[in-house]
Design a protein around this ligand. Structure first.
Ligand code: FUB
Length: 309
């Protein structure tokens, strides 16, 4: 009877703990993962790192020209749906910039809205804009809008739709910004404002907001020292002010960036993030990982210890 109980405990432990399978995308580099649950599958919207060559991106820097979407029903077998959007098909993107950085995707009114940052064509301005591409299915193909969202300059878009139907766009430009979106999901309904309550010092980027039991959790990578650690802050309002609670994941000394999203799937919470598992000497070629995430009874999140293989 004791052995049977131990067996049951072990089965439950391993069923609830995703381990021994990182990185989860193994046939290409992938980074900045936004995971979403649509229907009964997990969809993964990462950046797609490639290696720059002379005349093909900036050597020694991030290089991304398209997006793939992956999906899975078990977090182990990932189906690559192929290229769903490319820089060469977006009218406002500078296709010499290879800057299709961290994306997000959200469902509303029968459509899937894919948000992505990229560098503007020089004729349209400088720096990064954030665009929207729309599809009938979560795996695309996504049709880009002709212009980026007016009034937004930055990277790392994240969209959250609250219970009352109000949608919010979060993005980064040194700090983290928030603005309301109109119900068409394509235009701002308010001016972007810096999110209040986050650390004053150190780069903050990669916002990902989710709600649990009436609390809004804003998660973000933060350069508190040399490389990015994952932190979170909470509020009772999606626009803040927020209160920093603590660490989701320690900084790594090997990979300067990290970037996260959090989902609940079949009753278990998961953290998606990245590391340079397949490129130990060059941290701009990254790989997506996932690990189980647990809440304490008081609503705080237990720090996630990364697993690898
Ligand atoms: O992937 C390019 C940039 O690196 C992202 O936009 C940041 O969040 C960081 O992961």
């Amino acid at each position: 009877r004791r052995q049977f109980l131990i067996f049951i405990v072990l089965v439950l432990f391993f069923a609830g703990n995703l381990s021994a399978q990182n990185p989860i995308i193994r046939d290409q580099f992938s980074a900045d993962p936004t995971a979403r649950v649509f229907g009964n599958r997990i969809y993964l919207y990462p950046s797609h790192d490639i290696i720059a060559k002379p005349g093909h991106g900036r050597v020694g820097w991030f290089c991304m020209e398209d997006y793939h979407v992956f999906s899975s029903a078990n977090l182990t077998d990932w189906h690559d749906n192929g290229i769903v959007l490319s820089q060469y098909n977006v009218p406002w993107v500078d296709s010499t910039s290879y800057s299709m950085w961290a994306p997000d995707c959200i469902f509303r009114n029968g459509k899937y809205y894919f948000y992505f940052p990229a560098q503007l064509k020089p004729s349209l301005g400088k720096g990064f804009g954030i665009g929207v591409a729309v599809a009938d299915k979560p795996n695309g193909p996504f049709v880009p809008q002709a212009k980026p969202i007016t009034g937004v300059h930055g990277i790392d878009p994240n969209v959250f739709i609250d219970k009352d139907g109000q949608a919010y766009l979060y993005f980064a430009q040194g700090n983290i910004y928030v603005a309301k979106l109109k119900s068409n999901m394509l235009e701002l309904a308010s001016e972007p404002k810096i999110v209040q309550g986050l650390p004053d010092k150190g780069l903050k980027e990669g916002p990902f907001l989710f709600e649990r039991k009436g609390t809004y959790y804003l998660t973000y990578p933060h350069v508190a020292d040399k490389t990015e650690q994952l932190e979170y802050a909470i509020s009772n309002n999606p626009m803040g002010p927020f209160k920093v609670i603590g660490l989701l994941m320690d900084a790594s000394k090997d990979c300067w960036t990290n970037h996260q999203s959090i989902i609940k799937y079949n009753g278990q919470w998961y953290l998606f993030y990245h590391h340079n598992d397949y490129s130990p000497h060059f941290d701009k070629a990254r790989s997506v990982r996932a690990d189980s995430l647990f809440f304490n009874n008081d609503g705080t999140i237990r720090k996630v210890i990364p697993t690898f293989r």
